[in-house]
Design a protein around this ligand. Structure first.
Ligand code: PLP
Length: 406
């Protein structure tokens, strides 16, 4: 039985803190982390939470408190991680297409770094030579899943150094004495197929012979979590077993021990998060019954951006008669959360809980239409704690400079 918050707990949070409201469940995050530890118990692994999924500082502190490391996608995220109390060696910085200045800052902060372009690798080698170990992010030309918007390892992807450039990397290693400690790939998100990870492992293990100082293979994130009822995620036990077998075999053959790193984002926080919205308006139009809620693509863009499916529950009337609704937002764009979705009968004023919203939910929120970003609440030991207040009018205007005295 997986941990969830009850409709009653979610309803009370909505009544207490107002809507729209993001609600997270600390123990669910812990449960997910423990699943990883269990699945990979026979392999030498380290997990770095991909903070980009949800960077609220209280979430980062909680993640640190359960023993997980953190992966950052900008130097600002590195600074947040330091503020949350992570030690530099618990922080990994995997970015793409950034200026060398950010990499210099990360080096000065003493964190692990994965570099994703030949140009920055060359600058790094020239500046630091063998004095600071570094990782390289490769683009392995592996197509993961079917959704191009979340696949990052295929041959047209902007991410990583194309594997075809391996000779260039080796030349740089030789000329600048780069200390290459890590080979990294991240082929995308929601990868259910374990063989995609295995393909990546085979490809990277084949390259190890070129790097005498290599200690780590970093396979990125991308574990699939179930979004629909009856859907299954990545089989973590199968993956754990395959990883253990591959690396054990490699060690026997070559005498080289390698540590495996992963950067799970969604796996740790997605199912722990809910977006609670209130139904403002019911509108019948021909056969379609719209439930218009007090949120929109400004708060959860995944359904509109990625065609993502999120389960929705009517927590005000969980046992009502099922009817079909188009659940839509209040933004001046077509912001449909769900089409022709069967929900227990909805009335104006009801609270709808959009599930699986912990990853890339609040984090991708904006103030479009000059609407406020939601508040965030973290349940810990069944107690709801406010971890971000709702925006107010001052937040909308604080960076603006009025220069016309009209
Ligand atoms: N690592 C890197 C480099 C990423 O770009 C991402 C996501 O974009 C992740 C890890 C986390 O992916 P997921 O949330 O699917 O686990």
């Amino acid at each position: 039985m997986s941990l969830t918050l009850s409709p009653q707990q979610l309803k009370e949070a909505a009544e207490g803190f107002g809507t729209p409201l993001y609600v997270y469940h600390a123990e669910k995050i812990k449960e997910q982390y423990e699943k990883l530890l269990h699945a990979f118990q026979d392999a030498d692994t380290r997990f770095f939470y991909a903070a980009k999924a949800l960077t609220n500082i209280s979430i980062l502190k909680y993640i640190r408190s359960i023993g997980c490391n953190v992966d950052c996608s900008s130097f600002n995220e590195v600074q947040l991680a330091l503020k949350a109390g992570f030690a530099p060696n618990q922080i990994l910085y995997t970015s793409n297409n950034i200026s060398f200045d950010e990499i210099k800052n990360a080096k000065e902060a003493g964190v692990h770094i994965n570099i994703d372009s030949i140009s920055n690798l060359e600058k790094f080698g020239n500046a630091y030579g063998n004095s600071y170990p570094v990782g390289i992010r490769l683009r392995p030309n592996i197509m993961a899943g079917g959704n191009l918007k979340i696949a990052t390892g295929h041959s047209d992807s902007k991410f990583g150094i194309p594997i075809e450039d391996i000779e260039l990397i080796l030349k740089l290693q030789q000329e600048t004495k780069l200390h290459i400690r890590t080979l990294h790939i991240h082929t995308g998100s929601e990868i259910k197929d374990v063989s995609i990870f295995v393909q990546g492992i085979d490809l990277l293990l084949d390259l190890v012979k070129h790097f005498s100082q290599l200690e780590v293979i970093d396979l990125g994130g991308g574990f699939k979590v179930p979004y629909k009822k009856n859907e299954t995620g990545t089989d973590m036990h199968e993956l754990g077993k395959r990883v253990q077998e591959k690396f054990e075999h490699f060690e026997k053959e070559t005498g080289r021990h390698l540590q495996v790193w992963f950067e799970p984002g969604k796996f740790l926080v997605s199912e722990a998060g809910y977006l609670i919205t209130k139904v403002n308006v019911l509108k019948q139009s021909g056969d379609i019954l719209f439930a218009g809620v007090d949120s929109g693509l400004n708060h959860l863009i995944r359904p509109m951006f990625y065609d993502a499916w999120h389960e929705i529950e009517n927590i005000s009337n969980p046992d009502g008669v099922l009817k079909k609704y188009n659940v839509v937002g209040n933004i001046c764009e077509t912001d449909t959360f769900a089409e022709a979705r069967l929900l227990p009968e909805v009335s104006e004023g009801d609270f709808l809980a959009i599930k699986n919203a912990g990853a890339y939910g609040f984090e991708m929120a904006s103030n479009y239409n000059s609407r406020y970003k939601p508040a965030e609440v973290l349940f810990l030991d069944d107690v709801p704690n406010l971890i971000r207040r709702r925006d107010n009018m001052e937040d909308l205007t604080k960076n603006q400079i009025e220069f016309l005295n009209l």
